[in-house]
Design a protein around this ligand. Structure first.
Ligand SMILES: [Zn+2]
Length: 252
């Protein structure tokens, strides 16, 4: 499964990580912190800074996982943020379950995230819209792909391997596209993109079918347009299989 990675070099002092699952959000935040604290700057996982973060014993790193953060807890975080870091040049705060923070706690944290200081604040939640607009406007949002999308992307990657063999016969090609119709609709554009990439590879590996594959390539562009209007992926996939097969067997 593709690991989501955030560029730590441009990481802002206030951020929201949403989407994905609870574990993947936490993992992305810990990974980013690790890269920022790491003595080698890559989040090596073995230096004393990385090890302390993983163990939860770094004096400048705080992972707060409260069910619903209250205003006095928010105030103690702010107080902490304004005191000098012990080992690093900055402190790093991760606030998990951010969507459950009390409104007063969110308002209290506003002050800390808008004033420049040596602290990072990362809020983890399912959907950034659950946080106050005032928090949102001061944070950069990083949205992780959902678990479902991750699985679908893996399916698409697997399907890429059976694209070229599907040209063995009309039945194989139909089966290939019927399988595609079972993909979630929101990842279907990625499927079409994969088909185009694979078609391009076929142009290079089977130059005698160049004309046919170029037409098939164009057909995938049309398919992207049709996807907008055609609500039924199954019908769309079947008609695509038929058209692609017809083009493949044309004399061009
Ligand atoms: Zn390290």
């Amino acid at each position: 499964m593709k690991k989501y990675s955030i560029d730590h070099k441009t990481f802002p002092h206030s951020a929201i990580i949403d989407g994905g699952g609870k574990d993947s959000r936490k993992e992305a935040a810990f990974e980013t912190a690790s890269k920022l604290f790491c003595v080698t700057g890559v989040g090596c996982g073995t230096c004393n800074q990385c090890v302390k973060i993983k163990a939860g014993s770094h004096p400048d790193f705080f992972y707060i996982d409260e069910d619903s953060l209250k205003v006095d807890q928010a105030r103690s975080i702010i107080k902490n943020a304004y005191t000098k870091p012990s080992e690093a040049d900055f402190k790093f705060f991760i606030i998990d379950n951010a969507e459950n923070m009390r409104v007063e706690a969110q308002n209290a944290l506003l002050k800390a995230i808008e004033e420049p200081q040596n602290a990072y604040f990362v809020f983890l939640c399912e959907n950034h819209r659950a946080l106050l607009q005032t928090i949102n406007s001061r944070c950069q949002v990083f949205s992780l792909p959902s678990e479902g999308e991750n699985i679908a992307n893996k399916q698409i990657a697997d399907m890429a391997a059976s694209f070229a063999p599907a040209f063995a016969g009309e039945l194989a090609l139909t089966e290939f596209f019927v399988k595609a119709s079972e993909l979630p609709r929101n990842v279907f554009p990625d499927f079409i993109f994969m088909c185009k990439q694979e078609t391009y590879k076929l142009i290079l590996s089977q130059p005698h079918k160049r004309g046919q594959f170029l037409s098939i390539y164009d057909h995938f562009d049309k398919l992207s347009e049709e996807l907008v209007y055609n609500p039924n992926l199954f019908t769309l996939s079947l008609s695509t299989a038929a058209s692609v097969w017809e083009i493949y067997n044309k004399d061009i």
